[in-house]
Design a protein around this ligand. Structure first.
Ligand SMILES: [Zn+2]
Length: 411
């Protein structure tokens, strides 16, 4: 039997496994049930004959990076299938999911229900579905006695939905990985093979004014007015950014963007008859795959400082909320061609190289480990939203694609 045939016959088992994963509410923040799910994933990989390390993130490190979450320890799982080959291909997926709200079609988002070929539940699309596809690709190869021409390394990681520092970030820096190539199970879906993604810089700008009685506004410094002037000045910067272009391999023209004031606020104790003493707004700067995130941050901070200087009595402080790196690898390495061929074979239509406007964990492999890295996995609907769901056929197809890649990629 071929692995593809095996996967067609075992779709129900894949779904049962995915349901088990969904029922474990690994909501992040704060990062619940990480111990339980990594225990399950480690046992699953062990049953497949992999050498498994279930790695707790050192408490001291967590204390440094997320002291408020010490009641929620972080774990990552790494599996290794030693086929005796020289080189290793790595598959990565994160197991944490975003918090839930709203009214779901089937009641609880953690009670996964199958309906008309779709499975509903938090994490079905992002991205426990990909975990199931990876596990079942390996199962199919094992069951049909096919040994890939590579060692296969797998990581199932924490915290992607926050900042990945103690998840894939920690695994790629401390996990002693043997990866020569990486496939991250998201970023590309359908006919899209992802070879890079945008980055982000999130800043918060605080404008400091001086309070005064509303009847004598000239005695104060109105933080809202200063903030407004600063926001207007950022229009020029937006236009400057719009002139930078990156053309993705599928011909899409992309520009860096900024979104202002996703969060904005006044200071404490605002009153209609008081000159506002403080105002703040957030900036979401999207960084092109070929731009550097630290450079983008430096440039943005410099622009803000210079713009504030030109506004009389405008004093600001800039805080970083977080950032996430961009990455891009030109799809010239044979891994990319092999993946494109596997996607086309399984999905029976031509595949193309794309870059993702969102970000994921690819950059840790592409930019930190500097290895050829692809993003591809099952698609879904309503990511991070009510009624998140994945198509069963797509989960099986992704498993077939991973198995096909392992059988056909020659390095
Ligand atoms: Zn995700």
């Amino acid at each position: 039997m071929s692995p593809a045939r095996y996967l067609d016959r075992h779709q129900a088992d894949l779904v049962t496994f995915l349901q088990k994963l969904i029922r474990l509410r690994t909501v992040n923040p704060p990062g619940e049930n990480y111990g339980e799910i990594t225990t399950l994933l480690a046992a699953t990989l062990r049953d497949l004959g992999l050498q498994v390390r279930r790695l707790p993130v050192p408490r001291a490190l967590q204390k440094k990076t997320q002291p408020e979450l010490l009641d929620y320890p972080r774990h990552n799982v790494i599996g290794f299938w030693d086929t005796g080959a020289k080189k290793t291909i790595h598959f990565n997926a994160h197991y944490d999911v975003v918090p839930v709200s709203g009214k779901w079609r089937h009641g609880s988002p953690f009670n996964p229900v199958v309906e008309n070929g779709w499975i509903y539940g938090r994490g079905t699309a992002d991205m426990k579905g990909a975990i199931a596809s990876i596990v079942f690709a390996l199962k199919a190869l094992r069951a049909t006695g096919i040994k890939p021409g590579f060692n296969v390394e797998v990581s199932f990681t924490a915290d992607e939905e926050t900042d990945s520092t103690l998840g894939t970030g920690w695994v790629t820096s401390h996990g002693k990985l043997r990866a020569d190539y990486a496939v991250v199970g998201e970023g590309g879906e359908g006919d899209g093979v992802c070879c890079g993604h945008n980055g982000v810089v999130w800043l918060n700008v605080r404008v400091h004014g001086r309070a005064a009685h509303g009847s004598t506004p000239e005695a104060g410094i109105n933080a809202l007015e200063k903030m407004s002037a600063l926001v207007l000045a950022l229009n020029g910067y937006k236009q400057r950014l719009a002139q930078r272009t990156f053309i993705s391999p599928d011909g899409r023209r992309m520009h860096p963007t900024i979104n202002l004031g996703g969060v904005f606020a006044s200071g404490e104790g605002g009153k209609v008859n008081t000159v506002p003493a403080a105002a703040s707004f957030s900036i979401d700067r999207r960084v092109l795959p070929i731009e550097s995130v630290p450079d983008a941050e430096r440039e943005l901070r410099a622009f803000l400082r210079a713009a504030a200087k030109k506004i009389p009595q405008c004093r600001i402080t800039i805080e970083k909320i977080s950032d996430n790196f961009s990455c891009y690898t030109a799809p010239t390495h044979p891994l990319f061609g092999a993946m494109r061929a596997s996607v086309a074979r399984v999905r029976r239509r031509p595949a193309k190289f794309i870059v993702s406007t969102g970000f994921n964990d690819m950059h840790f492999f592409a930019s930190v480990l500097k290895i050829p890295t692809i993003g591809h996995g099952p698609s879904g609907i309503d990511y991070h939203a009510v009624n998140e769901r994945a198509r069963l056929k797509d989960l099986t197809d992704s498993a077939k694609i991973y198995a096909d890649l392992l059988m056909t990629f020659k390095g």
